[in-house]
Design a protein around this ligand. Sequence first.
Ligand code: NAD
Length: 266
Amino acid sequence: MTSPRVLPAPHASSLDLRGRTALVTGAAGGIGRACARRLAAAGAEVRAVDRDAAGLDALAEGCGDLAGGVTPHVLDLTDLEAAEYAAAGTDILVNNAGLQLVRPIEEFPPDVFHTVLTVMLEAPFRLIRGALPHMYGQGWGRIVNISSVHGLRASAYKAAYVAAKHGLEGLSKTAALEGAAHGVTSNCVNPSYVRTPLVEKQITDQARAHGIPEEQVLTDVLLRDSAVRRLIEPEEVAEAVAYLCGPQASFVTGASLALDGGWTAH
Ligand code: NAD
């Protein structure tokens, strides 16, 4: 048992992205899937990128009723040339793909550190690099980087993840400064723990390992620094992404939008 699920607001902003293209990385996962669906619901033609072909197929099958479309694009983002090429021509870029390893620095495998930095920092750089010529050419573009509370705060045993997310914050701000004159905004979204399969599994595993109820893992471990005592839903993150792609947010750039239940207010 985890905290009660909060459904996305039924009055979610009436964003109109018909005629726009979007590329979402990590679209087979919890947050990427919600972002792809939200942007397609607003009418965008979404290129859903992930290395998980089955996950992409499942996503695309469930999107037939949306105003826009979702097209699967199987790609391993460690192929940086392919990543840059894939981003050409997109109006909206959501850098979301990520992975995590929890290990003390002295035991952290250097090859995993390298892979995390490649997927979560270097690939976003290459995707932005690939997307900008088209965005600049038309004088409009939206870059949304799914960072984390760990882009703003460190936690022990997450060296690669924290380093990559802090780097992503810098990349996002630099893109904001360079893109402003061309109608391109770049922002980060910074969630704390999101209810994705990854986190649900962590709750179950930790409860079993410690012999404590799942509710106690939530309160004592995951939600320890959160003033709002619940997980955030992927749909709530997707709604923040939608906001950053909408006309209300044209002056919002170089920002880091904390969706952290007050974690960074400490
Ligand atoms: P997830 O594991 O459900 O999804 C991540 C997706 O990235 C997966 O579908 C995976 O296949 C894909 N991916 C990983 N490596 C790849 C590669 N080399 N090439 C292509 N695709 C690759 O995780 P999620 O919880 O949805 O996280 C998405 C993003 O949100 C990540 O950047 C993560 O850091 C961030 N985030 C998550 C949480 C959370 O609590 N879940 C909190 C803050 C930020």
